[in-house]
Ligand binder design. Sequence first.
Ligand SMILES: [Zn+2]
Length: 285
Amino acid sequence: MHIQDDNSRIEESIVQKPTKRPSKTTLGILITAIFGLLKFSKLTVLAKFLFTLLKASKFAGTFLSMALTIVLYAQIYSWLFAVGFVIVIFVHEMGHYVTSKKLGLDVSAPTFIPFLGAFIRMKSMPKSVKEEAITAIGGPAAGAFVTLVCLGIYSLTAAPYWAGLAYVSALINLFNLLPFGFLDGGRISKAISPLIWVIGLILCVILIWKLHFYILVLILIFGIFEIISMYRNKSETAQYLSVEPGFRLAIGTSYLLLLVLLVILMMYSLDISTALQSVQASLFR
Ligand SMILES: [Zn+2]
């Protein structure tokens, strides 16, 4: 109560001066109010326009989930790192998106799931393992490109942030090339030889057991289910997996080259003396 009284007294003293010339003040207030309203309505029109644009846009979900992921990551890491990290994942996903579109497959724009990554939904399934492998390799290929871009910017700016981001980017893309299950590597290696999944399976188990990569448990379970269903529908699987030897060689070579390139990029960015420190610095401020 007392506080309120004091406040009203202060307000009175402030208002006192202008009340000497009421007409002008009223007019002023009116004009300001009209302009304010106009500005406000302009803003709401703009906001409405942006909202409709976002709603109509195929990428609305992408940008919203991207923003949410950045905000959540920024609670753990630095803002700068959170933004870089999410952009690196976005470029990887766009690699899948563009290659799928080029093949004429109906795919959704990428959606981010904080702390898990991102995905694109396939509305029409690839007709052959060939198509599946091409859409799969698009992601890590774009990922290798963005890693190179980060290292390029590092070489120009010498800012440790870029070396750190290049390291993380190479690591994420290498992880995705693990030849098992619905991981990109799993979908690529199916076109080379499904037997590569045995190596992938062993790698998965080692990574879970030794490095506690528990996210792989999910991939392991889904992968085993896929093996069972492939085995059950042997004839359809055989038809799906048949590819011409030329393609097998091409995709196999691309897969190996991508693996080698990403390992070199990862080791190089780690080798840049400050890289590890910058990763730690950008991770834990
Ligand atoms: Zn991918």
